[in-house]
Design a binder for this molecule. Structure first.
Ligand SMILES: Nc1ncnc2c1ncn2[C@@H]1O[C@H](COP(=O)(O)OP(=O)(O)O)[C@@H](O)[C@H]1O
Ligand SMILES: [Mg+2]
Length: 230
């Protein structure tokens, strides 16, 4: 698995009187295949995971992925670390399902036939083959999330970061996304409020008020989080 190293990271948004520090002195090395992130709204979870692919560059400290600093090697890091947002509509950019997945492969230097084959394989793998030529906006919420996931996975990242991928979904759609995520061979970093998604995870980090306050197996982490919230 890739080694993600977060070294003495702090992050502050804004300037002057609107400055707000949302991560404080976080140091942690992630090497496990399944890593969960939990914590209250506003505790810094999204900022933390955005650091992992360079969407956010820390105001202090450093983040490296297999030795590549996100500050200096953003492009290489982004190739290794795929990112999936909560709202698939924020990520779906092309009119049809197949076009959206193909969009991720642009500038990869693949031939037309090879790119089309990769798109087809990906749609098959994630249950969207029958929807290849459908308008993306007509998919169900769960299918949209699987499409957003497919458009990232087609680029063959080593790490997949998922920021609350089931928050907007009903139970049936959430279960479909959960099944797919469980089966992925990738290193997965998952932010969630659906705590049962973390069953079987290797490690769960708990954030509270900008700090990493607990780091351990899922059961202990969830207990820690529940105590914080009670
Ligand atoms: N781009 C931004 N500019 C200013 N403040 C932000 C920005 N993104 C997030 N914040 C603030 O940072 C804090 C932490 O946010 P976030 O990392 O999204 O936490 P979480 O995902 O745990 O809810 C929140 O108070 C949020 O309002
Ligand atoms: Mg968030």
């Amino acid at each position: 698995m890739p080694v993600i190293d977060i070294e003495r990271v702090s992050h502050t948004y804004g300037e002057g009187t609107s400055r707000r520090t949302v991560l404080r002195d976080v140091t942690v090395t992630l090497t496990e295949q399944r890593i969960g992130i939990i914590g209250a709204n506003g505790s810094g979870k999204s900022t933390f995971v955005r650091l992992l692919n360079g969407l956010v560059v820390p105001t202090q400290g450093a983040v490296t992925v297999d030795g590549l600093d996100t500050r200096r090697h953003a492009r290489e890091v982004r190739r290794r670390v795929g990112f999936c947002f909560t709202d698939p509509d924020a990520q779906i950019v092309m009119p049809t399902v197949a076009e959206d997945v193909a969009f991720g492969l642009r500038r990869r230097g693949l031939g037309k036939a090879e790119a089309a084959a990769r798109v087809r394989e990906t749609l098959e793998a994630y249950g969207l083959a029958d929807h290849a030529d459908h308008p993306a906006h007509l998919l169900s919420g769960g299918q949209k999330q699987l499409l957003a996931l497919s458009s990232v996975l087609v680029t063959d990242p080593e790490v997949l970061v998922l920021d609350e991928p089931t928050t907007l979904l009903d139970l049936r759609n959430a279960a479909a996304v959960q099944r797919v995520v469980r089966g992925l061979p990738h290193q997965v970093v998952l932010v969630t409020h659906h705590l049962d998604l973390l069953d079987g995870f290797d490690r769960v980090l708990v954030f509270d008020e900008a700090r990493l306050v607990h780091d351990g197996p899922p059961h202990a982490a969830v207990e820690h989080y529940r105590k914080l919230m009670s």
